[in-house]
Design a protein around this ligand. Sequence first.
Ligand code: ADP
Length: 170
Amino acid sequence: MTTIAAYQGDITRFPADVIVNAANSSLLGGGGVDGAIHRAAGPDLLAACRLLGGADTGEARMTDAFNIRTAQKIVHAVGPVYRNYSPENAAELLASCYRNSLDLAKGYRSIAFPAISTGVYGYPIRDATKVALATITTWLAENPAILDTITLVAFSGTDFDTITDSLRAS
Ligand code: ADP
């Protein structure tokens, strides 16, 4: 049985075997949660990411967590820039981020996601949360008893409220 939980705060301090980064396709760092993760993990993360050679929208890659001692691994998922796609295509690409991240976390007990694409990339939080929960639920039906906990991490209080509302309704 896997628990789906919500947490408000900084994902770089959240204890989970795997934390997910909302990366851009260069995988070389950026603003928002990406910047926070690179600052917390230290320069070795950038060196590791350079070796990956980027990733396409919807894809994910895994690295060590370096100086982030609360996690073992970081998954770098490239979310869609919302305005660049139709809502349907954006949803499919966001779902791919969640699915690919969960696939990479097989073998670990817990994973924590930020609200991928909902910052600078402009994906409405309510719609993004629906996609996240639907994708997680489908993945769990296909991959039962692998993970103990999947946590959706909200940075702001309003995002946290949106996520907890969606969790209650699901
Ligand atoms: P994107 O480019 O995918 O939109 P952002 O980093 O701009 O990525 O935003 C994604 C989400 O991550 C937003 O909801 C933002 O508030 C949140 N966020 C920013 N910093 C952190 C952090 N340290 N921990 C968790 N979430 C964060």
